[in-house]
Design a protein around this ligand. Structure first.
Ligand SMILES: NC(=O)c1ccc[n+]([C@@H]2O[C@H](COP(=O)([O-])OP(=O)(O)OC[C@H]3O[C@@H](n4cnc5c(N)ncnc54)[C@H](OP(=O)(O)O)[C@@H]3O)[C@@H](O)[C@H]2O)c1
Length: 325
C-alpha cells in the first residue's frame, strides 16, 4: 500500500509517499480501506520531531480516518465488509489501509459524505470529552471556547449549544463570523479586544462557568480572571506563546478546577469508552442535521505538504481533509 512514512523529521519535504506492506487485522480488529484522513496540529509537531508516534516498524502520522471495512480479524463481528466507519487511531491514517479495534470505530452518519466524516473523530471526541466529561458543562451555563474557528473549536461551539449553554469564543478577525454562524453568542476578535473585559461585560462581571482552552501560554493568567467562582478550565491545547503564570490565590478564592486532557496517550479501553459514549449521545445529532462538520479545504494525500503549510500558517477554519483514493 501507499503511505506517508516519516523516515526523518523536519519541513514538509519529509512527508514522502512510500510503498509498504498492507497491515493485517489482528483479533477483534478491522482492516479499513482509508478513504480520507484529516489534519491535526499534532501531525505538524510529529513531522517536526516534537511528538513522535507510538513505536512501530513504519512511523505513519494520521490520527483519524474514515473508510470502508474490507476484512474482519478473528472475533470482530460489529461491522461487515462494505460498512463505512470512522475513528481515532494513535497514528497510521496517512495510508491507504489501516487496522483498528472494532470498538474504536463508529458508523459514518448516513447524511455525511465519507470524506467529510474524516473530520469528525479527533475534533468532535476531543470537544465532547472536554465539555461534557471534563468541564461538566450544564444547560444555562456560560462557556468560553478559545480558538473557536479551529477544528476542535467549531465542534465545541456546536456541542456546547446542544447542551443548552451560552457560548463565547475568541478568534482572529476574519473568523469571527463563522463562530457566530455555528452558534456562538459572542465572538471576540482577540487581535483587537481584551477577552477578559469582553467576558466580564457579557457575564455581568460573573465570569464564565467553563473555559475550553486550546491556546495556553499567557492565556492561563487571564483565564483565571475570566472564569466564574467554582468554574472549570479545561486545557486542551498549547498553541500559545508566553509563560503561563498561575495566581494560586485566585484558584483558591474562586474554588476553581484546572484540568489537562489529551486523547492520543489514552489506553485503548479509554478510547473505546469515549468512542462508545460519543456514538450513543452525539452521533445521532449529525443525522438530525443539528451538527455540521465544518470543512476548510480538501487535499489529496500526494499534496499533504501543502495541507500542513495551510494549517501551520493558521489559515484554516475548521477541518482540513485529505482524500486517499
Ligand atoms: N488534547 C487533545 O486530545 C487534543 C486533540 C485535538 C487537538 N488538540 C489541540 O487543540 C488545539 C487546536 O487543534 P485544531 O486541530 O483544532 O487546530 P486548528 O484547526 O489548526 O486551528 C488552530 C487555530 O488556533 C488559532 N491559534 C493558533 N495559534 C494561536 C495563538 N498563539 N493564539 C491564539 N490562537 C491561536 C488559529 O486561529 P485564529 O486565526 O483564530 O488565531 C488557528 O487557526 C491544538 O493545540 C491541538 O494540539 C488537543
Amino acid at each position: 500500500m501507499k503511505a506517508v512514512v516519516l523516515e526523518e523529521y523536519g519541513s514538509i519535504e519529509v512527508l514522502q509517499l512510500r510503498e509498504i506492506p498492507t497491515p493485517e487485522p489482528a483479533k477483534k480488529e478491522l482492516l479499513i480501506k482509508v478513504q480520507a484522513t484529516a489534519l491535526n496540529r499534532a501531525d505538524i509537531l510529529q513531522r517536526k520531531g516534537f511528538y513522535p508516534g507510538p513505536p512501530a516498524e513504519y512511523e505513519i502520522p494520521g490520527l483519524e480516518f474514515s473508510g470502508t471495512v474490507i476484512a474482519n480479524g478473528d472475533g470482530a463481528t460489529l461491522y461487515k465488509e462494505g460498512d463505512t466507519v470512522m475513528g481515532i487511531v494513535a497514528g497510521g491514517a496517512y495510508a491507504e489501509f489501516l487496522t483498528v479495534h472494532e470498538r474504536q470505530a463508529m458508523a459514518v452518519p448516513k447524511n455525511i459524505p465519507i470524506q467529510e466524516a474524516a473530520g469528525i473523530p479527533e475534533a468532535w471526541l476531543t470537544a465532547y470529552d472536554a465539555l461534557v466529561h471534563r468541564g461538566n458543562l450544564q444547560a444555562g451555563q456560560t462557556c468560553l471556547i478559545h480558538a473557536g474557528a479551529s477544528g476542535v473549536g467549531t465542534a465545541a461551539i456546536q456541542i456546547a449549544k446542544i447542551l443548552g449553554a451560552r457560548v463565547a469564543t475568541t478568534t482572529s478577525t476574519k473568523k469571527t463570523s463563522i463562530c457566530k454562524e455555528l452558534g456562538a453568542e459572542v465572538a471576540i476578535d482577540y487581535t483587537k479586544k481584551d477577552y477578559v473585559k469582553e467576558i466580564s461585560q457579557w457575564t455581568n462581571s460573573n465570569g464564565v462557568n467553563v473555559i475550553i482552552d486550546l491556546v495556553g501560554g499567557e492565556y492561563l493568567t487571564r483565564n483565571l480572571q475570566a472564569i466564574a467562582a467554582k468554574g472549570t478550565i479545561v486545557q486542551v491545547g498549547l498553541m500559545g506563546v508566553g509563560k503561563p503564570e498561575i495566581d494560586l490565590g485566585i484558584l483558591l478564592q474562586k474554588r476553581l478546577k484546572l484540568i489537562g486532557t489529551v486523547l492520543r496517550s489514552r489506553s485503548q479501553q479509554e478510547k473505546i469508552d469515549l468512542t462508545e459514549k460519543f456514538s450513543k449521545e452525539m452521533l445521532p445529532k449529525f443525522t438530525d442535521c443539528d451538527f455540521e462538520v465544518y470543512v476548510d479545504t480538501t487535499y489529496s494525500l500526494s499534496n499533504i505538504g501543502e495541507a500542513h503549510m495551510r494549517m501551520e500558517q493558521n489559515l484554516n477554519i475548521g477541518k482540513i481533509i485529505i482524500e486517499i483514493p
